[in-house]
Design a protein around this ligand. Structure first.
Ligand SMILES: Nc1nc2c(ncn2[C@@H]2O[C@H](COP(=O)(O)OP(=O)(O)O)[C@@H](O)[C@H]2O)c(=O)[nH]1
Ligand SMILES: Nc1ncnc2c1ncn2[C@@H]1O[C@H](COP(=O)(O)OP(=O)(O)O)[C@@H](O)[C@H]1O
Length: 181
């Protein structure tokens, strides 16, 4: 099954769909990224993310600890190399949930991975989800929607597009793509 990369605009439901995949398929390993953004209420260090400061992140970049890394809405995000390589070597199906610039870096470094874009049913629904989540200020939501327009325009770079209309259906389609090929 190898490596699957899931991308899509902020608020489309990547986290929700990945959680639904894990619930039904505990054999899928989901990478834990490092980020310089602060934890949201309910997020735990080393569970959703490794929360690090900018100095630590820069040190990790310098020592080559990331498969890929990128800035998103003012914060740095990166995929730690070691755990991913170990799981792939063991034959465990691996999933990365990352933004567009990181996905492009993985495409160059690991061209045999499969790349899936999670799309909203409509742009209006994306705005509703991002606003409805209630975790970001209006300024941060505006930055994420600017970025969303860029990400949506890059949909055709991906091997597959899954529309997140219904969470369970989208999770099932993602798993089907992970199993195929
Ligand atoms: N390039 C890259 N992007 C990441 C990584 N981890 C998370 N992201 C992406 O960074 C963006 C912002 O993530 P986050 O702040 O958690 O917001 P959310 O996705 O809207 O919940 C999302 O598009 C994530 O998919 C990573 O390790 N590398
Ligand atoms: N299929 C769906 N239908 C309706 N709401 C959804 C769906 N998928 C996710 N959501 C909601 O949209 C919001 C953003 O989802 P989230 O998983 O945090 O997105 P992302 O990780 O892509 O930023 C959350 O409030 C979530 O409950």
């Amino acid at each position: 099954m190898g490596l699957t990369v899931l991308s899509g605009p902020s608020g489309v439901g990547k986290g929700t769909v990945v959680a639904a995949v894990r619930e039904r398929h505990p054999e899928v390993w989901v990478s834990v990224s490092a980020t310089t953004r602060s934890p949201r209420p309910g997020e735990t260090d080393d569970v959703e993310y490794h929360f690090v400061d900018a100095e630590e992140f820069a040190r990790m970049v310098k020592s080559g600890e990331f498969v890929e890394h990128a800035m998103f809405a003012g914060h740095a995000y990166g995929t730690p190399r070691g755990p991913l390589q170990e799981r792939l070597a063991e034959g465990v199906p691996c999933l990365l949930e990352i933004e567009l610039l990181g996905a492009r870096q993985v495409r160059s470094a690991m061209p045999t991975a499969r790349f899936v874009f999670l799309a909203p049913p409509t742009f209006e629904e994306l705005v509703r989800r991002l606003t409805g989540r209630g975790t970001e200020s209006p300024e941060v939501i505006a930055r994420r929607l600017d970025r969303a327009r860029i990400e949506l325009a890059a949909e055709t770079e991906f091997d597959h597009v899954v529309v997140n209309d219904d969470v369970r259906a989208a999770a099932a389609r993602l798993v089907a793509l992970m199993i195929a090929s």
